[in-house]
Design a protein around this ligand. Sequence first.
Ligand SMILES: Cc1cc2nc3c(=O)[nH]c(=O)nc-3n(C[C@H](O)[C@H](O)[C@H](O)COP(=O)(O)OP(=O)(O)OC[C@H]3O[C@@H](n4cnc5c(N)ncnc54)[C@H](O)[C@@H]3O)c2cc1C
Ligand SMILES: NC(=O)c1ccc[n+]([C@@H]2O[C@H](COP(=O)([O-])OP(=O)(O)OC[C@H]3O[C@@H](n4cnc5c(N)ncnc54)[C@H](OP(=O)(O)O)[C@@H]3O)[C@@H](O)[C@H]2O)c1
Length: 566
Amino acid sequence: MRNYDPSSQFAAPGPINRPHISNKSSKVSTQKAARKLYSHRKDMANYQNQIQSHRVGVIGAGISGTAAAKHLAHYSPVFEASDSLGGVWKHCSFSSTKLQTPRYDYEFSDYPWPERDSSSFPSHLEIVEYLCNYAKHFDVLKYVKFNSRVVEIRYVGDRETTQHDVIPAEYATLLRGYPIWEVAVEINQSKSLQWYAFEFLVICIGKYGDIPKMPTFAPGKGQEVFHGKVLHSLDYSKLDKDASRKLLHGKKVAIVGYRKSAIDLAMECAEANQGPNGQPCTMVIRTLHWTVPSYWIWGLPFFLFFSTRSSQFLHDRPNQGRFKTILAPLLSPMRKALSKFVESYLVWKLPLIKHGLKPDHPFLEDYASCQMAILPDNFFSEADKGNILFKRASKWWFWSGGIEFQDNTKLEADIVLLATGYDGKKKLQDLIPQPFSSLLVDSSGIMPLYRGTIHPLIPNMAFMGYVESLSNLHTAELRCKWLSRIADEKFKLPSIIKMIEHTTKETDILKRTTRFYQKQCIAAFSINYSDEICEEMGWNPWRKKNWLLEAFSPYNSQDYEEKKQT
Ligand SMILES: Cc1cc2nc3c(=O)[nH]c(=O)nc-3n(C[C@H](O)[C@H](O)[C@H](O)COP(=O)(O)OP(=O)(O)OC[C@H]3O[C@@H](n4cnc5c(N)ncnc54)[C@H](O)[C@@H]3O)c2cc1C
Ligand SMILES: NC(=O)c1ccc[n+]([C@@H]2O[C@H](COP(=O)([O-])OP(=O)(O)OC[C@H]3O[C@@H](n4cnc5c(N)ncnc54)[C@H](OP(=O)(O)O)[C@@H]3O)[C@@H](O)[C@H]2O)c1
């Protein structure tokens, strides 16, 4: 055991009670107390009879949960709230949504895309199909319980883990031989709950989707005063192509946001408003971000600048060693030059200056926070035609006829589309019980996860799909392989203090690299990060056939295929 500072970000508020068991019986009569105790015992007996025990439980069957199911499901059921695999690709996409990562980057290491060399980007429907085929191929579907929403999680492990003043020195083995977590599952939206008990839980409920991030307003300035319609991009994603065209055609539309959903919505709006009754839509932009037309920069492939081992050498990374730390200031001008090189191309290629859309921050900061949006074809030709307009505003609110800005200008609108993103942290915090819920996010707004997966102070629970990279599929898959080996006790996690030190260093690097560090994106150092994971798994981290490829060819999922393990 080790003492720790209860005022730190990791301080736990207090011990947890077992379900339905209360010790407050002092004020009731002896008779009443006896009756209550009897009924509790009866409840507990029913409860123990009804509960199903398994070793590992996976919650969510999007990309992350399906990968976890393949690597860990021999132990476990997988609970999926909806009736399908796919997560955001099924429930949070518009008819125009496509992958924005090249397809050879967004594939499982042992299951290539049918046409993996095609330069086209698969539609969201093709991604769901690919995922379903993957699940069928590896016989994963039999573990997935669809229409099964986890509505409550309870901690039933050792009380000492939740004490104020001590944290254990070691993170316990993932499979301890007795339940640590109990999970209530609502099946087919029925009122009755089925309880399960698990030694280890893998949470894959997604960073996006389900809970929209809604802007808040002073009284009298919210959507209640607006006479038109307000939809979040999540509501819009429920509409089919015809319904969305009908909604937008001939309407004055304001789109709040300037990241990928907003950009795609603006394009859908422009397409629905071609012809005589067409109306322009206006994007309301709080922060400008760099947008990219394709994965080519001045005739060179994009991966050359960011996804090769040599290019990643330029960037700071956690645990980079003394030599690299000394070298870091010398590499800083090279990082700036690289960023300027990309920016020079984007400013030349796109009418950013004409439309007032050139960001003030370096391109690198958007890349390092996974915020670089790939533009739909024709986005700027629609803007040049006047079908997409732009309004910069850090503050805005509703009036009866539309949106008002802090510069006292007003925008008339029939429809306001909020492409304001999702609250993935709230989704998690609503599900994870206290005191763990309040440990999930630290004071800098980051989830301090070791290897982007294990919270050092949350026992026997892993989180998949929370760190991001250029390909979230690849990031999740490699971590599932790593996790399954820990579960099988092929290697051990470092001590809790070491894991905390590691996550703290990682947060420092993220903060140093980009002002948008809260996105928890590892794109700038993902190869080095994978090296460390490989080392822990006992794999050779250098996965290419020769030095030249090692230095200049891109790393993707297939480099981490188990067969290639040396
Ligand atoms: C529109 C869109 C496009 C994207 N494009 C890209 C891209 O091009 N490249 C890229 O790398 N990333 C992209 N992303 C990021 C994307 O989120 C990841 O690539 C990946 O699909 C996330 O998968 P996931 O399984 O972690 O989460 P999700 O896809 O969100 O899956 C979570 C699953 O958990 C289920 N669930 C939630 N709560 C519960 C509960 N309580 N009980 C049971 N089940 C529950 C949900 O129903 C869902 O099926 C995109 C995201 C969005 C929203
Ligand atoms: N593959 C695809 O085609 C595709 C399509 C859609 C989405 N995605 C992915 O899905 C994820 C979510 O994307 P998203 O675009 O929905 O959300 P997002 O990336 O979180 O962007 C939210 C946008 O809304 C703005 N915003 C939030 N609150 C605001 C407020 N109160 N006032 C004004 N502006 C506000 C943000 O501005 P600030 O920048 O100032 O915060 C930002 O521009 C991302 O990972 C994205 O890459 C991918």
